[in-house]
Ligand binder design. Structure first.
Ligand code: AMP
Ligand code: ZN
Length: 468
């Protein structure tokens, strides 16, 4: 498999360090709020990567849950996001973490992202983090300020490994402006922060340096190395993590072990809105629930993500989500048609079927080229190279990677051509039924009848017909 490595800045052939199993660490959610669909794009790309690797070898996949220590700015300024949420919601930090972690995994599962082999919460690994800071202290990489224990980045020569020398200089220049007097270098970062003197934190622990909490970066280093050893095959995350979070992870881990920390750094580009960045703090915050409320299925969104390569920005619009939904419906119709035509006849292992699978797989193994893989699927479903039984077999293979539920019964085809106001009423009725609001659902049925359409509820959803 070819995989683009942020560190080498080119596609390299991926082989695992240990022949029996590949290892992958993915930065997980900070559970102080709902995840937005931008976050979920990153988990979908990581899932595609995990599924594709597993075609060739077993994979141990670790993902953390950040439930402490991620400050409002990715530097070391501002409050802990978890503590901010306690003020916002009037709940304890522990309740908040539990609630949003559960919500996160509901979305994660609904998008058919495979659960990682290990899911590790930061708050359950404080001793490992303290031990790692201790090692860094013994090796002379740390210093103390009035608010914590810091990492001295000038002592680590490979600090520019991910961003490159010139960009690092630019970042340093920018950071200098807001740098606290006590930091030695603008890029230095907190390993351990002391609890404030005037306020009791809800999440705090004893340490050799005083009561406090871990820095966000040390969490990932400690958990990745605990479960996967000093050298990890693949480390993933969104592109925003390159210059600070992952750069700091390398510095901490390699200074502590003297070994290479990560062999392949793989970063996903952002999902953006026309209005700009998707952010939890601004008003531009779309969640999977927002899409569900509008009548979309989570897998419509997964399909949309597959239409763009993970290293290109994807602009989110409802028009593109509509067209993803439509494509997915058509593909499910094609699957149903193939199943019906094939009957009980099993597919023979023909050269044509092998070639179809190989072409799909080759696209995925070329740095996860999902758009190309999808185009291959369409080509074979529309073409005559495969007979019906082979098409069924091919789609089974495809769906083991794309995970789009291609054999789910499709919605009745005619609903696509309904007038917009009828579609809107149907969507509202689907929502009302999902919320078990049958009174509203009956009212909406009456509105549909008034608009000239009857509606029947079937296991595949609502079926509409024009009243003659
Ligand atoms: P967070 O919960 O903020 O720590 O982020 C979880 C994951 O989502 C990280 O891998 C981020 O890099 C990634 N991420 C954040 N914003 C976006 C976005 N707009 N598009 C894609 N990925 C994102
Ligand atoms: Zn991380």
């Amino acid at each position: 498999m070819q995989l683009y490595n942020t560190e080498t800045r080119r596609k390299d052939t991926f082989t695992p360090l240990k022949s029996q199993e590949a290892t992958m660490y993915c930065c997980g959610p900070t559970v102080y709020n709902y995840a937005h669909i931008g976050n979920m794009r990153t988990y979908i790309f990581e899932d595609l990567l995990a599924r594709t690797i597993r075609l060739n070898m077993p994979l141990k996949h670790v993902m953390n849950v950040t439930d402490v220590g991620h400050l409002v700015s990715d530097g070391d300024e501002g409050e802990d996001k978890m503590e901010v949420a306690t003020t916002r919601e009037g709940k304890s930090a522990w309740e908040i973490a539990k609630f949003y972690e559960q919500k996160f995994f509901e979305d994660f599962d609904a998008l058919h992202c495979t659960r990682p082999t290990v899911i590790s919460r930061a708050t359950a690994h404080i001793p490992e983090m303290i031990a790692l800071v201790k090692t860094l202290e013994e090796k002379g990489y740390t210093y103390r300020t009035s608010d914590g224990i810091y990492y001295d980045t000038s002592k680590f020569p490979r600090y520019d490994a991910l961003v490159g020398r010139s960009r690092l200089e630019g970042l340093r220049g920018g950071a200098r402006v807001e740098m606290s007097d006590e930091k030695k270098n603008p890029t230095d970062f907190a390993l351990w922060k002391f609890s404030p003197k005037d306020k009791k934190r809800q999440m705090e622990w004893d340490s050799p340096w005083g009561v406090g909490f871990p820095g966000w970066h040390i969490e990932c280093s400690a958990m990745a190395m605990k479960y996967l050893g000093p050298t990890v095959d693949i480390h993933c995350g969104g592109i925003d993590h390159v210059s600070v979070h992952h750069t700091n992870e390398i510095a901490q881990s390699e200074a502590a072990t003297g070994q290479q920390y990560v062999r392949f750094w793989v970063h996903g580009e952002f999902l953006v809105l026309r209005a700009g960045k998707m952010s939890k703090s601004g008003g531009t915050f779309v969640t999977l629930q927002t899409l569900r409320d509008k009548g979309y299925d989570p897998l419509d969104y997964r399909y949309l993500c597959l239409t763009a390569h993970y290293r290109t920005q994807l602009e989110f619009t409802y028009e593109s989500l509509d067209s993803a939904r439509k494509s997915l419906q058509i593909l499910r119709h094609e699957a149903a048609k193939a199943v019906e035509t094939a009957g009980r006849q099993p597919a023979a292992l023909t050269a044509a079927l092998e070639e179809a699978k190989n072409r799909f797989r080759a696209a995925m193994e070329d740095d996860l080229n999902a758009p190309k893989a999808l185009a291959t699927v369409w080509e074979y479903m529309r073409g005559a190279e495969l007979n019906a039984a082979e098409k069924v077999e091919f789609l089974r293979f495809v769906d083991s990677i794309l995970a789009l539920d291609l054999f789910r019964a499709p919605q009745p085809e005619q609903s696509e051509e309904l007038p917009p106001q009828v579609q809107e009423l149907l969507q509202q009725r689907a929502q009302a039924r999902a919320a078990k609001d049958y009174k509203k659902s009956d009212e909406l049925r009456a509105a549909l009848v008034a608009a000239g359409y009857s509606v029947k509820d079937t296991p595949q959803g609502q079926k509409t017909e024009k009243i003659k």
